[in-house]
Ligand binder design. Sequence first.
Ligand code: PBG
Length: 325
Amino acid sequence: MSIARRPRRLRQNPAFRDLVAETSLRPSDLILPMFVVDGLNEPRDIPSMPGVQQHSLDSLKRAAHEALDAGVTCVDLFGVPREEDKDATGSVAWDPQGILNVAIAELRQEFGDDLIVMADTCLDEFTSHGHCGVIDDQGRVLNDETVELYQDMARSQARAGAHMVSPSGMMDGQIAAIREALDEAGHEDVAIMAYSAKYASAFFGPFRDAVGSSLEGDRRTYQQDPRNFRESMLEVDLDIEEGADIVMVKPGLPYLDVLAGAVERSSVPVAVYQVSGEYAMIQAASQNGWIDGEAVMLESLTAFKRAGADQILTYFATDAARLLK
Ligand code: PBG
C-alpha cells in the first residue's frame, strides 16, 4: 500500500518514543498534600484513602523526609484540630499554638529552605459547622467577614514560617486581601497559590474523612458550579490581577478542559489538584486488581502535564517520584 504518512514510524521502539515525547513528568513537578492531627501520637490510616495517613508531628516529619528523598520539593499542609477546639470562627486556625502553625514551624526548623512548606489557608477544618468561613444566623457564609479571618490565618502561617499560603475558600477578594495583609506584616516573600477554579465537587468525599469534617450540607454558594467553564476563566483572571503567584484548578482529571483553558490565558504558573476522590478511585480499582494502579497513576499525572499543568498536587507524589527517579 502506498500510505504517505505513517505516524507509527515514530512509535516503533522506546528510543523513538522518547525522542518525540512532548511531555515529561519530573518529581519536582509534584506537591504532596499532608494531614497533621492535633494530639495524635501515631499515624492513623484513612480508610477511604488507602496509603494516605493522618500524621502526628513526628510521622509528618518522617513522611516529609521520604518525599524530599524521592525528589518532591513541596508539601501542602492541612491541620486537623481537636474537636473541642473548633468554634464558630475557626479561631484555632490563627493561634500560634494551633496544630497547623506548629506543624509549619517544625517543618521549617527541620528542613530550612530545602523543602517548600505550603499551608492550606481555609477555615473549614477549624469551624464547628465545617464551612470555609463564618456564617450568619441563617447559615449564610459571609464573604467579607471571612476574608478578614483569612488575613489573620495567612499572617499566622507566614509568621510560623510558611513559604507559601494557599487560600482554598473561594471567597471573593481573598487573594488581594491576603497579599495586603502579608505585605503589611513584612512577609512580602511569602507566595500565594490561589485555588482559583475550585468546584463544589463530590470528588472531595474522602478528604472529609481525612480532616474529620463537621460539614452538613454543601459549599455551592462559594465553590463553583460544575456546569460552568467561563466562570473559571474569570476567577483565574481575578486571582492574577489580585496578586496570585500561582493559580490552581481543582479537581483534576474531570476538569482538564478548565485546566487547559487556564493555562492558555495565565501569565503565572498553573497548578492542578488531583483530589481525594480521584486518588481513592484509582487505589480502589487497583486493590481489586481491575487496573494496573502504578500505570494509571503515572498516566493520570502525565495527562495533567499534557494539558499544561506546571505543578500537580497529588497524594501519589512520593510514590510517583520514586518511580520516576
Ligand atoms: C478546603 C479544601 C478541600 C479540599 C482541599 N481544601 C475540601 C472542600 O473544599 O470541601 C479537598 C481536597 C481533596 O479532596 O483531596 N479547605
